[in-house]
Design a protein around this ligand. Structure first.
Ligand code: DGL
Length: 276
């Protein structure tokens, strides 16, 4: 057995959004161990600039490498859109993002695709580009939803106000008669009930968490990195308040979790920007 096989898979997001990926990983790859990080001190990521996101991702991946991970899953669309390609060149670590797997799943379902995403992901046009690389004739509409992540992080999913906000964001997509809706932010599956209740029953919902886990499984297989030994204990870390995160995680995952406070390494912005 290769020594790397038993290492954890690193999974990160700005906050609780990546738990939607965590849950899917746990369900589908029970033999794997996970190191989860939520950058809760700096969320939301969705209105940050590309250079800020890249800097955050560099810090997170450097920390994860120090902790010993065999793969990193960007369980965050914003960092997948803005930093994945550069991080792949800079780090000797297999890195997977959620956008390409999400786009692949969407084109299998429909040809009028709506994407709800953070303002940064919507502005990056990453979903349209990924979808059009696979299926150039599919119509894509992306809507930036600045209010969703703060509402979810404040645990206001069932608040009537959240429903009004969702109605507002869905309106332009419903006007286009979409047949498929992509959760273009890993936080949004937490709103599944609200969104489902506002959509016609014929609209299919795509959660990229499912397809990224399929991609991760394939990648582990290809790289000979699948764990065959008893898994290590899962770890959860955050840059902000561990208590708040632990409460949400317990609600969502249905089990108590211990959450560590993580101090990410300071990295000079130019340090990893040297040409390859
Ligand atoms: N859940 C992340 C995403 O998929 C980040 C959201 C945010 O912090 O704005 O984009």
């Amino acid at each position: 057995m290769n020594k790397l096989q038993r290492l954890r898979i690193g999974v990160f997001d700005s906050g609780v959004g990546g738990l939607t990926v965590w849950r899917e990983l746990r369900r589908r790859l029970p033999q794997e161990s996970i190191l989860y990080f939520g950058d809760t001190a700096r969320l939301p990521y969705g209105d940050r600039s590309a250079s800020e996101i890249l800097q955050f991702v560099r810090e997170i991946l450097t920390w994860m490498q120090g902790e010993g991970v065999k793969m990193a899953i960007f369980a965050c669309n914003t960092s997948s859109a803005l930093a994945l390609n550069i991080a792949r060149r800079e780090f000797a670590l297999p890195c997977l993002g959620v956008i390409l797997p999400g786009a692949r799943a969407a084109v299998q379902q429909g040809c009028r695709i709506g994407v709800l995403a953070t303002p940064a992901t919507a502005a990056s046009d990453a979903y349209r580009q990924a979808i059009h690389e696979i299926a150039p004739h599919v119509a894509v509409w992306q809507v930036g939803c600045p209010e969703f992540v703060p509402l979810i992080e404040q645990n206001r999913v069932h608040d009537p106000y959240t429903r009004q906000v969702a109605q507002r964001y869905l309106q332009p997509l419903l006007a286009q008669r979409i047949d498929t809706l992509v959760y273009g932010c890993t936080h949004y599956p937490h709103l599944a009930r609200v969104l489902r209740s506002l959509l016609p029953a014929t609209v299919r919902l795509i959660d990229p968490a499912q397809s990224v886990v399929t991609a991760a499984e394939r990648e582990l297989e290809l790289l000979g990195l699948k764990n065959t030994k008893p898994p290590l204990p899962d770890r959860f870390g955050v840059s902000g308040d561990p208590q708040t995160f632990a409460q949400f995680a317990q609600q969502w995952l249905g089990r108590a979790v211990t959450v560590e406070t993580v101090r990410l390494p300071a990295i000079a912005p130019a340090y990893l920007e040297l040409p390859d």
